[in-house]
Ligand binder design. Structure first.
Ligand SMILES: CCCCCCC[C@H](O)CC(=O)SCCNC(=O)CCNC(=O)[C@H](O)C(C)(C)COP(=O)([O-])OP(=O)([O-])OC[C@H]1O[C@@H](n2cnc3c(N)ncnc32)[C@H](O)[C@@H]1OP(=O)([O-])[O-]
Ligand SMILES: NC(=O)c1ccc[n+]([C@@H]2O[C@H](COP(=O)([O-])OP(=O)(O)OC[C@H]3O[C@@H](n4cnc5c(N)ncnc54)[C@H](O)[C@@H]3O)[C@@H](O)[C@H]2O)c1
Length: 311
């Protein structure tokens, strides 16, 4: 009888907990995206633990957040330096850091993973976290291109697993794609949508299809630009200018690829060309692979398709 009560009370506690708002967020990965997600979660009142592999990386992540918050503060508080400093200080006070992902997931409502775009690495991480996280904790991946189901299947909580795909730069881009797999419970999906809204984002509902909505359209467009460059049809600069002035994009494809990271772009194409070998637009690019092999990842390394001043 005691066992039945225990199971019932756990189910009750899980379902009760599931309906409460997400307050504490653990972000695994403090890179381009993880630092942005941590920043916006903290700026919208959530308590955040940001995790990365070393304290040195986490120090750089916090510095990037501080710098971005400074830009946001200038827009919010114009010439009021005191208000700007207080805003930045308050948001930063909500972000703690840890290099131990398992310890950082022991007491949290949501884990958002934003680590390297590699399925095996993501699966290994989530298997370890699954054993440590509380029953009510929801897991989400910020993956650009990997099937959520292939990541979720590394855990025993597929009913509490979804995708939260934010866009770069997270403080500026208003969209978050909320991805559900067949196993995602309605409560979990509802809580993920509510978190997106609490982070002042517009949410769209996605199925677990390649690239969800945006990247299924964006990646082929950007890879076609790379192939246009490979064929010598036009220069990168002219293709960027053409798409900004002719299609009204804020950045051309090469500016954007350098912005999001050529490494991540390559990882996406590696995955899609392997999983869908017959789909022409998912074919790898020799030029992209060459740049990445030379360590030219775009803005993050100071050179990609373009060269950047070291800041
Ligand atoms: C081949 C496959 C590739 C795809 C890979 C998939 C990747 C992924 O899964 C999907 C994506 O994310 S896809 C990517 C989706 N993303 C896109 O498509 C992005 C397209 N690009 C854009 O929307 C604009 O170019 C930006 C908003 C990035 C910059 O705006 P801009 O006008 O060109 O230039 P600006 O002067 O710099 O900034 C103007 C003002 O904005 C503010 N601000 C800017 N950054 C900030 C930050 N980090 N923090 C705070 N604030 C920031 C700031 O106030 C600044 O004024 P300030 O006086 O300088 O402080
Ligand atoms: N770059 C973009 O524009 C963009 C946009 C949306 C989604 N994404 C997705 O977000 C994820 C991260 O992309 P990014 O551009 O932020 O990459 P990034 O290289 O800037 O950051 C990844 C971070 O994860 C850390 N990391 C790697 N393995 C780890 C582990 N096992 N434990 C803890 N930390 C670990 C790295 O040290 C690094 O700081 C990827 O899945 C990517 O597809 C990227």
């Amino acid at each position: 009888m005691a066992h039945v009560c225990k199971v019932f009370s756990r189910r009750l506690s899980t379902s009760t907990a599931v309906r409460s708002a997400i307050k504490h967020v653990t972000v695994i990965g403090g890179g381009l995206m993880g630092s942005g997600i941590a920043q916006v979660a903290a700026a919208t009142g959530h308590d955040v633990i940001m995790v990365d592999q070393t304290d040195d990386i986490l120090a750089k992540s916090k510095a990037a957040i501080q710098k971005s918050l400074g830009r946001v503060a200038k827009k919010k508080y114009a010439d009021d330096g005191e208000a700007q400093a207080s805003f930045v200080g308050e948001v930063m006070s909500r972000i703690s850091t840890n290099t131990d992902a398992v310890a950082a997931c022991g007491k949290t409502d949501l884990v958002v993973e934003a680590i390297v775009e590699n399925l095996d690495v993501k699966r290994r991480l989530f298997t370890a976290l699954d054993a440590a996280a509380e029953e009510h904790t929801i897991f989400a991946s910020n993956t650009s291109s990997l099937p959520i189901k292939d990541i979720a299947s590394a855990t025993k909580r597929q009913d509490r697993f979804g995708g939260l795909h934010f866009f770069n730069p997270v403080p500026m881009m208003k969209l978050v794609e909320v991805v559900k797999i067949p196993e995602t419970s309605n409560e979990t999906f509802e809580r993920l949508v509510n978190l997106g809204k609490a982070m002042e984002k517009t949410t769209v509902e996605c199925k677990d299809t390649p690239g969800f909505i945006v990247n299924r359209l964006l990646v082929p467009y950007m890879m076609e630009a790379v192939r246009m460059l490979e064929r010598g049809d036009a220069s990168a600069r002219d293709i960027d200018t053409a798409m900004k002035l002719g299609a009204g994009y804020p950045m051309g494809p090469f500016e954007l690829a350098d912005y999001v990271g050529l490494d991540t772009t390559k990882f996406i194409m590696d995955g899609w060309s392997q999983k869908y070998p017959d789909i022409e637009i998912f074919r790898k690019s020799d030029l992209l692979n060459k740049l990445v092999a030379e360590g030219k990842f775009g803005r993050k390394t100071g050179e990609g398709f373009y060269k950047y001043d070291k800041k």
